[in-house]
Design a protein around this ligand. Structure first.
Ligand SMILES: *[C@@H]1O[C@H](CO)[C@@H](O)[C@H](O)[C@H]1NC(C)=O
Ligand SMILES: *[C@@H]1O[C@H](CO)[C@@H](O)[C@H](O)[C@H]1NC(C)=O
Ligand SMILES: *[C@@H]1O[C@H](CO)[C@@H](O)[C@H](O)[C@H]1NC(C)=O
Ligand SMILES: *[C@@H]1O[C@H](CO)[C@@H](O)[C@H](O)[C@H]1NC(C)=O
Ligand SMILES: *[C@@H]1O[C@H](CO)[C@@H](O)[C@H](O)[C@H]1NC(C)=O
Ligand SMILES: *[C@@H]1O[C@H](CO)[C@@H](O)[C@H](O)[C@H]1NC(C)=O
Ligand SMILES: *[C@@H]1O[C@H](CO)[C@@H](O)[C@H](O)[C@H]1NC(C)=O
Length: 921
């Protein structure tokens, strides 16, 4: 096989454990955010990657080119500009890396696409950048003159090639960077599943050997490199459409005469958006941005913002520098991460390890870790929420069933991540904006607008209540964090009560896949949900929850489980609906009791199903079982993988895994790593689930081994003021947390020092890059502030108010000093309205024992009507106090915002000749 060479030579060695053994039809390149992901088709006759454009998950071309020049001759190693093609000798895929080994004449090199997965450092994880780096060596023992070149087009930043883009090149003291954005960006919009408000970055360390740069027409830049082995260090100022003579951001490096690289050639590539999410909160809309900002509390965002789309702010520059300087450690961390997780995965099977290698990057890339500002204008590092895009299916935000599918990966990487995804979902549904007494399917249907959706979704109520309860308990058990279940106890009880009434005979409900007939599997999820509530209640007994509720939910779940077993099993297996052996489906919800480590469902049921799957596998279609007979011939990998984890003790789990594995090898369906396809042909039909986070289900088998933690509860008045969020936790999470912290603090300090000493701004242009403006001299056209009415003038921008009028414990201690530790009941709304301490104390004593029924009544009843005006007054008072505090705080800022001086365009590119007309595509 084409990729065979390295695979066979290495797979037997110790190191092999960290690599995938075979190659999928689409190879992931970099994947870092919902709008920044790339793939390349694995196809020998097309040449991979030497003669192909990288693509997005919707198969849109990303103009990203690579050349290598050896002793004056050039080879193309990525893209389709043309010229002699380098030869790919092998490829490796790990969870964070894709490595191609490529030959160009007497030189071979590894090009590695590294998408960091930093599950325990939210600053690093939320910075949507990746590294592309090259290690090269001579194969004939002689030294050779070697240069490398790479460029990117505007295809990363718009789904419409007629859109005009502008760009700029700058340097900090340590980095050179190009940036490109749409001239008239449209905030918070997507076009062809690409964001229309992002800024593309292409950067390198200034100390890179023989660094040169240029912006200009693609063909011209490329032929310039092919002729000279270097670029002209000039900028093109003719801003134009993405496809109009294809402006590119190019960076080249000249290694001189070498027998091998001593340090790798490194490019950094990233796509920044800001804000990244609009989130409904306290009846307003809050703009949220990437979490990494919290690291730069006092650097501020003084000059300009990405939302007005002019230039990079200080914090982003600092993080870009830190990212580039951090490369050696980031590489070590990635290797350690891959080794650890792939060793665990290989212990299951090599096919399993392959799927883990392929799936993790895309699961993490569907997430955005966000934060918002305090009313005072500073970043609030303890305000962390994660949003997930339903990549591959829709633009839904935090889609419950996809989070449920991805949960094993989140728990395994760092269980705290799961809590941060659940947090906004619970918070929204505890707010008065959400009126249904059952769980919502998502936070909205047009990512990145997480504006909530109270549409009547009662058909999905059992599915969503069950999933939410299972996830809430799984998060608490595996992370030990009790804060979320504590805060949302009332809401969770409401959902559990809904299930008590509806789950055993759910014929009026459908599954998240839209099936009305798959009631056995659906009922099971609801029953496990009720069980989860009993465990949640039990954990909260130390916080005052009454133990009779623990018994109530446990007994109900147990009773229902017995009933379910007799209803669902028809003959020798479970049918899709009660009493019918046919059709049948994968009972993937049997995974939940396993994950929660409960014996709620009898062992005999698991044995029965394992035996059934094994008997059916003999005649199964090539690419796996249909997930349910009510939806013929459709495979869903996430449900297949959760099913495999549910029968982990049986060899049939390997059969299920290899069914999914079969599909990743075929090229016919032409889309990257889908969840959903035809069981006979592998073709993705209407819904594909391409690049979906649901593939995180692969970690189900490993997540079964996660030990339960003791659930603890945050103290009420504790203000978690983390400057750099290094959260130790998870199985692979803790790898080098302390090191990261030290590093991050060091960068931060150094940066501050530099700013104080004036070093940072006054950096002289590097001798390697004559004519390059320093960061303080921005190209004029770039400073043109684009009027952006929706962002600038939105009255709801930023953090509006404090807590909702009802639905939360009031965290603002100024008004409720005696607030109840930990508890937050829906009745808390009344606290603001009147005798706060009295109500709070009552809540304290009786805790969650407040009857679910009456809480709900008070929410829709008294809270919403009578207390309104009083509450508004209190709210107003609080806002005024906040304003006052802000005013007091302003002079305290010890560092003035760094000054940016708009410069003039340096070195107008008069030397540019007529455009090279070589075909670009
Ligand atoms: C190139 O990549 C292969 C496969 O990962 C690896 O075995 C080899 O050590 C790498 N070579 C260098 C010089 O990094
Ligand atoms: C985004 O991708 C989905 C899934 O492939 C597709 O159905 C949809 O049409 C795309 N949206 C746009 C605007 O292209
Ligand atoms: C910071 O965020 C946390 C978590 O959302 C919140 O409890 C706290 O009140 C916020 N602090 C300020 C000062 O806004
Ligand atoms: C709410 O969800 C429903 C059902 O999925 C959908 O039709 C509707 O467009 C959504 N509304 C918003 C505002 O997202
Ligand atoms: C639990 O006890 C409380 C207080 O004694 C009571 O109000 C409530 O109805 C009981 N709940 C159940 C499910 O028995
Ligand atoms: C490779 O690409 C060629 C040309 O598009 C196509 O005909 C061939 O089927 C592909 N091969 C595989 C294995 O996908
Ligand atoms: C599951 O529970 C059993 C006993 O109930 C215990 O021995 C086992 O260690 C638990 N497994 C995990 C992964 O916590």
């Amino acid at each position: 096989m084409w990729f065979g060479f390295l695979a066979s030579s290495l797979i037997l060695s110790q190191v092999a454990a960290q690599y995938a053994s075979t190659f999928p039809s689409f190879i992931p390149l970099v994947q870092r955010s919902p709008h920044f992901g790339s793939w390349i088709a694995a196809n020998e006759s097309l040449g991979t990657p030497a003669n192909q454009w990288p693509i997005t998950w919707t198969n849109r071309i990303l103009g990203w080119q690579g050349f290598v020049r050896v002793d004056g001759s050039s080879w193309q190693w990525q893209g389709r500009q043309g010229g002699e093609l380098a030869r790919t000798l092998g490829a490796y895929i790990t969870p964070t890396r894709t490595i191609f080994t490529i030959e160009a004449g007497p030189v071979q090199f590894n090009v590695t696409y590294l998408s960091p997965i930093e599950p325990s450092d939210w600053v690093l994880q939320s910075f949507p950048f990746a590294y592309v780096f090259i290690d090269a060596w001579s194969t004939d023992g002689n030294a050779h003159d070697v240069q490398f070149y790479s460029d990117v087009t505007g295809e990363f930043i718009s789904g419409e090639l007629a859109n005009t883009v502008q760009w700029n090149t700058m340097q900090t003291q340590t980095s050179l960077y190009h940036q490109m954005k749409r001239t008239t960006a449209t905030p918070m919009t997507e076009n062809n599943n690409l964001s229309e408000d992002g800024m593309l970055h292409f950067a390198a360390e200034l100390a890179s050997p023989g660094l040169t740069y240029q912006t200009g027409p693609a063909g011209e830049m490329r032929s310039q490199f092919i002729s000279n082995g270097r670029l002209a260090n000039t900028q093109d100022s003719d801003f134009r459409a993405i496809r109009s003579n294809w402006p590119v951001l190019a960076i080249a490096m000249d290694l001189g005469s070498i027998t091998q690289t001593s340090t790798p050639v490194v490019w950094a590539i990233g796509l920044l958006r800001d804000p990244v999410i609009r989130y409904v909160r306290d009846a307003g809309i809050e703009s949220r941005t990437s979490y990494f900002w919290t690291k730069y509390q006092s650097i501020g965002d003084a000059v300009s913002t990405l939302s007005s789309l002019s230039v990079l702010r200080e914090a982003e520059l600092a993080q870009l520098d830190a990212f580039i300087a951090d490369f050696p450690s980031a590489r070590n961390r990635a290797e350690a991460f891959d080794m650890k997780i792939m060793s665990a995965a290989s212990a299951v099977s090599q096919q399993y390890a392959d799927l883990v290698a392929l799936n993790l990057r895309q699961t993490m890339a569907a997430l955005e870790i966000t934060t918002a500002k305090r009313p005072s204008g500073e970043w609030n590092a303890s305000d962390v929420k994660i949003f997930m895009r339903d990549t591959g299916n829709s633009r839904r935000v935090n889609p419950v069933e996809m989070v449920y599918a991805a949960l094993p990966a989140l728990l395994y990487l760092n269980a705290s991540l799961a809590g941060l995804v659940l947090d906004p979902m619970l918070e929204y549904q505890a707010s008065p904006q959400h009126l249904n007494n059952y769980a919502a399917p998502d936070l909205g249907s047009t990512y990145p607008d997480a504006t909530g959706n109270s549409t009547n979704q009662v058909l999905l109520a059992v599915e969503n209540c069950g999933s939410m309860l299972v996830m809430a308990l799984a998060h608490a058990q595996k992370s030990g964090e009790g804060g979320l279940i504590n805060q949302h106890y009332t809401l969770l009880r409401e959902w559990a009560d809904y299930l008590v009434s509806n789950t055993l005979q759910p014929t009026a409900y459908t599954t998240a896949d839209g099936l009305a007939g798959a009631t056995s599997n659906l009922a099971l999820k609801g029953i496990v949900g009720i069980y989860a509530m009993s465990k949640i209640n039990e954990a909260l007994e130390q916080q005052g929850a009454l133990s009779n509720y623990t018994e109530h939910y446990r007994d109900t779940a147990t009773r229902y489980a017995r009933d379910w077993e007799s209803l669902a099993v028809s003959g020798d297996h479970i049918g899709s609906s009660y009493g019918n052996p046919s059709p049948w489906g994968l009972v993937f919800n049997l995974f939940a009791p396993r994950l929660l480590n409960t014996t709620l469902i009898s062992e005999s049921i698991y044995d029965t199903q394992a035996a059934w799957y094994a008997s059916q596998a003999v005649s199964a279609p090539a690419f796996g079982f249909q997930y349910d007979g009510n939806d013929p011939k459709r495979v869903k990998t996430h449900w297949t993988l959760l099913t495999a984890a549910s029968v982990a003790k049986s060899p049939v789990k390997d059969t299920l895994i290899s069914m999914v594995h079969n599909r990743i090898l075929i090229a016919r369906a032409g889309s990257p790593n889908p969840t959903t396809y035809n069981s006979d042909t592998g073709a993705t039909s209407v819904i594909g689930g391409r690049a979906s986070p649901a593939q995180g289900a692969i970690l189900g088998l490993l997540a079964l081994n996660l030990p339960d933690q003791t659930i603890t509860f945050p103290k009420e008045e504790e203000t978690v003021d983390v400057d750099v969020a290094t959260i130790a936790g998870g199985v692979v999470g803790g790898v080098s947390g302390v090191l990261l912290l030290v590093l991050a603090v060091w960068f931060y300090r150094r940066r501050r020092r530099q700013i104080k000493e004036g070093k940072f701004k006054m950096a002289a242009p590097s001798s390697a890059t004559p004519g390059l403006p320093t960061e303080s001299s921005f190209v004029t056209p770039f400073m043109t502030t684009i009027p952006d009415a929706s962002v600038a003038t939105s009255p709801s921008e930023g953090y509006v108010g404090k807590r909702g009028p009802l639905g939360y414990t009031n965290q603002d201690s100024s008004s409720t000093g005696t607030n109840t530790p930990g508890w937050s009941l829906k009745v808390a709304g009344n606290i603001a309205a009147g005798s706060s301490s009295q109500v709070a104390l009552t809540a304290n004593r009786s805790g969650p024992s407040v009857d679910g029924e009456s809480i709900y009544t008070s929410q829709v009843g008294s809270s919403m009507s009578g207390d309104l005006s009083l509450r508004q007054e209190v709210e107003q008072l609080r806002r005024e106090m906040a304003l006052l505090r802000n005013q007091q705080m302003e002079p305290v800022q010890d560092e003035p915002p760094p000054m940016y001086v708009p410069g003039v365009l340096q070195e107008r590119t008069s030397t540019l000749g007529p455009s090279n007309t070589a075909p670009r595509k």
